[in-house]
Design a binder for this molecule. Structure first.
Ligand code: AMP
Length: 214
């Protein structure tokens, strides 16, 4: 199964992508995670992308497309994948089509997790990461144990200000991507506001009716 996962920041796309990865034994390819990893190890690419990540702006298409292209080439062909957070622009979607065509592969579905902006804002500004375990908490929805509260960190791009910029960019860029997949009859849109388990079951239900493509 070859999937792309689209959704606003904090729509739950990462959580759902992780669950689908385990359920279908897929390769989970998250461009956000790959970019943050480059930033953390201060690689040449990391230094270039750092300012984009901090400001909540999209990293230039050429850099992300290259990163994903390399990863797809190394992906074991028999194993499916889920692209989490890619494509985010029409250019990226077209580049992905081309890369997959060259590999003789096709997408099975483009999953869109829909959540209203107000809910996204509430989710994102309460999000905190534990640097020791990598676990993500939410001050309201998934409270951390009090004894680790002092060491939790807020991602640089998780503040309300940066968040608004990210949402504006998201809406502007994603509309043509959604239209692209709808036209190709690959789009599966689900309501991302219920509990994660409910969203997951909805995704599984929709995916179970697909026929795997070559
Ligand atoms: P995410 O973890 O998916 O929310 O991504 C975090 C940040 O990484 C985004 O705000 C962008 O700056 C950058 N990023 C992730 N995926 C992409 C992409 N496909 N195109 C451009 N920038 C991206």
């Amino acid at each position: 199964m070859r999937l792309v996962m689209i959704g606003a920041p904090a729509s739950g796309k990462g959580t759902q992508a992780h669950r689908l990865t385990r359920h279908y034994d897929l390769d989970h390819i998250s461009t956000g995670e790959m970019l943050r990893a480059e930033e953390a190890r201060r690689s040449e690419l990391g230094l270039v992308v750092e300012s984009y990540l901090k400001r909540g702006q999209l990293v230039p298409d050429s850099l992300v497309v290259k990163l994903v292209g390399e990863r797809l080439t190394h992906n074991h062909l028999a194993q499916g994948f889920i692209l989490d957070g890619f494509p985010r622009t029409l250019n990226q979607a077209l580049a992905l089509d081309k890369a997959l065509q060259e590999l003789g592969q096709g997408l099975d579905a483009a999953l869109l997790i829909e959540v209203p902006d107000s809910a996204v804002l509430e989710r994102i500004t309460g999000r905190r990461a534990d640097p020791e375990t990598g676990r993500i908490y939410h001050l309201k929805f998934s409270p951390p144990p009090p004894e680790i509260l002092h060491r939790l960190e807020q991602r640089d791009d998780d503040t309300a200000e940066v968040m608004q910029a990210r949402l504006d960019t998201y809406h502007e860029c994603i509309a043509p991507v959604v239209a692209h997949y709808r036209e190709r009859e690959l789009l599966i849109a689900v309501d991302g506001t219920p509990a994660p388990e409910v969203v997951f079951q909805e995704l599984l239900g929709q995916l179970s009716s697909l026929n795997p493509r070559g």
